[in-house]
Design a protein. Structure first.
Length: 157
């Protein structure tokens, strides 16, 4: 073979290798990339049976004031919320169809210091359901049973 033919074959093979590498490592285009949902959970209702005890528990645990409101004849106590912020809003709800439970979905509250929050919760009437555990090296989680009997979670990023 001549020198030009070998050079042409080399360029062709090199081009195919480069195209194959680019094809295998190609990232999805903007229109094909998955878009994360925004605030998938819109609102959380936490069932309670003793409004005084539950309101006092959550106000003390998170150092917040829950705002009382009657909505559709239900006594509700709203956590502070920012409708334009990330995450979900929540309220304690007292009503005949609302029953506290250890089964079902678990609401996780984000806290700055999970160790002190768990200790505070235990001091004001919660019981430990799942100890503080490091998850994937990125966050700590724990589960409590609140004063109404609900299983709730805590997470520290």
């Amino acid at each position: 073979m001549t020198k030009q033919l070998w050079l042409g074959v080399g360029v062709l093979v090199g081009g195919l290798l480069m195209f194959g590498t680019l094809w295998l490592t190609k990232k999805p285009t903007a229109e094909k990339a998955a878009t994360p949902p925004e605030n998938t959970i819109g609102f959380v209702e936490i069932p309670i049976t003793d409004t005084v005890a539950s309101k006092a528990f959550y106000e003390a645990l998170f150092n917040v004031r829950l705002a009382p409101r009657v909505v559709d004849s239900l006594n509700m106590y709203f956590f502070p919320m920012n409708p334009l912020g990330y995450g979900s809003a929540a309220a304690l709800v007292y009503g005949h169809t609302y029953q506290p439970s250890k089964q079902g979905a678990v609401v996780y509250f984000t806290v700055k210091n999970i160790d002190s929050t768990v200790q505070k919760a235990l001091q004001i009437g919660a019981t430990l359901n799942y100890p503080i555990t490091q998850v994937d090296g990125t966050m700590k989680v724990a589960e409590l049973i609140d004063v109404a009997g609900n299983r709730i979670g805590l997470q520290q990023p």
